[in-house]
Design a protein around this ligand. Structure first.
Ligand code: BDR
Ligand code: CA
Length: 313
């Protein structure tokens, strides 16, 4: 199998970290062309640093990491230290990164890569607010038809919202960017809260990470230990939801997920519903389908894959 070439656009974030580790552990299926950082869970300086911390944890300091947009297109940045801690990667003690950031801006890297690679061969994997991707599409509309697929974590329909009653964090932080990405015409696959709230790190699953006995296994167990406090208190759930790893798991084992190809629009005007992903799940409009919106996950299969792959690092 030829590995899929991807760019991971991310705001690490413990769950972003696990998504990156899963990709780096899976070279047969995934070739990571670069990791682009965006402001989101924590400010850009920290997400750009955390992306490098994670690459070094994976033993892959040669992965290229680029720093991107430090704020949403037209709004102030909203962050989520209440979930991810002050550093964004609270939990394990991880060393300061020694690898450096690439000189190029993340948006330039995204544009230049999509122009340089054959059309339809590069998949974008946004795990945070969609600011970098929307900025690239604004500056270079010619890249849209060259994108193989955008597989993103964001939004919700049945679960409605996590940062507000009606919005999921990644979409809420930069709704204008999200609206532009969903309107770009590229094939889109969405991992919403409806899926990710079923990917819970229960105690036995956390124990399985720790039992790997490796620096990666132990760090992932410590990250998910930290990150679970918030969801346990808020939802009474059994453990931390691994939102972003659903994206990279989909690239490896798409059959773990199921959903519908439907129309999804982003609310950008209502203060009350700002950033809502208005998903036409029941197909009650004639708006054209623009995204595959996932709903179900084989959680056992997902955690079996994840644990096995993390064990390879
Ligand atoms: C999303 O928001 C962030 O807190 C997580 O990293 C994930 O990408 C979940 O709403
Ligand atoms: Ca994220």
């Amino acid at each position: 199998m030829t590995p899929r070439k991807i760019i991971i656009d991310t705001d690490p974030g413990q769950d972003d970290a696990v998504a990156i580790l899963l990709a780096l552990a899976s070279p047969e299926e995934i070739e990571v062309l670069g990791v682009t950082a965006v402001a989101g869970n924590v400010p850009l300086e920290l997400t750009a640093k955390n992306a490098r911390v994670v690459c070094e944890l994976a033993g892959r300091p040669e992965v290229r990491v680029f720093s991107g947009c430090d704020r949403p297109l037209g709004r102030d940045l909203v962050t989520a230290e209440h979930v991810h801690g002050k550093t964004g990667l609270d939990g394990p003690e991880l060393p300061e990164p020694t690898m450096s950031l690439e000189d190029r801006h993340a948006v330039d890297f995204i544009i230049e890569t999509l122009r340089a690679e054959p059309p339809g061969t590069v998949t974008l994997c946004p795990l945070g607010p969609l600011t970098n991707i929307a900025t690239a599409l604004r500056r270079a509309p010619d890249i849209a038809p060259r994108i193989a697929e955008i597989v993103l974590m964001g939004g919700a329909y049945f679960e409605v919202g996590n940062i507000t009653p009606t919005a999921e964090f990644n979409i809420y932080v930069d709704p204008e960017a999200a609206a532009e990405v969903f309107a770009a015409g590229a094939p889109i696959t969405v991992m919403p809260l409806d899926v990710t709230h079923k990917a819970l790190v229960t105690k036995p699953r956390n124990d399985a990470f720790r039992a790997l006995g490796t620096p990666v296994g132990i760090a992932v167990a410590e990250m998910t230990d930290f990150f679970e406090r918030f969801d346990r208190e808020k939802y009474g759930s059994e453990g931390a939801p691994l939102h972003d790893p659903c994206v990279t798991a989909y690239l490896i084992r798409p059959e773990l997920f199921s959903g519908r190809h439907i129309n999804v629009e982003i609310e950008t005007t209502s203060e009350l519903c700002m950033g809502m992903t208005v998903a036409d799940w029941w197909r009650v409009t004639d708006r054209p389908a623009n995204a595959t919106f996932m709903r179900e996950i084989d959680a056992e299969g997902f955690f079996a894959l994840l644990t096995e792959r993390l064990g390879r690092l």
